[in-house]
Design a protein around this ligand. Sequence first.
Ligand SMILES: [Zn+2]
Ligand SMILES: [Zn+2]
Length: 350
Amino acid sequence: MKSARILKPNEPLSFEEIETPKPQGEQILVRVSAAGVCHSDLHLWEGGYHGPQGTFMKAEDRGVKFPLIPGHEVAGKIESLGKDAHGFKRGDSVLVYPWVGEGSCPACKAGDENLCDKPKSLGVYQNGGYAEYIIVPSAKYLVKLNKLKESEAAPLACSGLTAYTAIKNSGAADGELLVIIGAGGLGMMAIQISKALAKPRVVVIDIDDKRLDEARKLGADFVVNSTKEDAVTAVKGLSEGLGADAVIDFVNSSKTSLSGISMLRRRGRLVLVGLFGGELQLNLALIPLRAFKIIGSYTGNYRDLVELVALAEKGAFKNVVSQTFKLNEANKALSELKGGRVLGRAIISP
Ligand SMILES: [Zn+2]
Ligand SMILES: [Zn+2]
């Protein structure tokens, strides 16, 4: 099968014909129709994440092994099933749940495999979807698609799910002021999901007017360009000086997280999602005095993905796929994303 692999960090992906895997036991082989291009793919490609004080957290130190086929937002059609795989048949249109765990830690037992102590996520720790086919360990990681197109479904597995779970973790209720920092793919998804789950007043903060216009079209009640006005002042101005009930930071840099915590009202919740990296200096006395909650939110569990797909099947939100690349254009797709030139979501379609 055709594949695009990371052989070494920071080197162009290698396009090679490799042996098509055969599904064993409970495994299922899926023919990839669409693989979303995600910022995490970029981090893998660059070999890790930026930590505090200029440090770098290497992906290989966290158990990632190269060569690796990246791509964790995968939808396609079932090609073949291992002899112990049940519940699906050849030709079924499916979305792959990629946040696979080892199965026995407390998180896995609670059904939160995305928070597993020893993750085995597809496209991160095991081969993913930048290829013609992907092996899925079990039918329990598949969500059947009905009306939804595979190209529209693919980004739900990561960006959609991350946005969905972040909204849930924010606890944003009807009438509350919810701030979304970052109007990229996740932010755009989050605006729509927040309106589908409850009726908060949504403020979107970004540094790009074009993105903010799009955010407005997708349902944002207020938008703030933080290069033109002070975001904290703007949010306080929308809440009689009190601040936001919840802030979801899809960037999560030193700058945005500090601004996020500064715009929270008493009892507010700050949900940190983005993996930009950096550090945050906190006024510790303020945390108990104002009873803030700081919540880390990472992807989501299988149940949430099933709920999210059901919402998407009902047409609760608009497709944000903006660009489609061929498999042999994977390097270009990653570079476009890195350069901030992708509005919405890019997918690779082998
Ligand atoms: Zn586990
Ligand atoms: Zn992702």
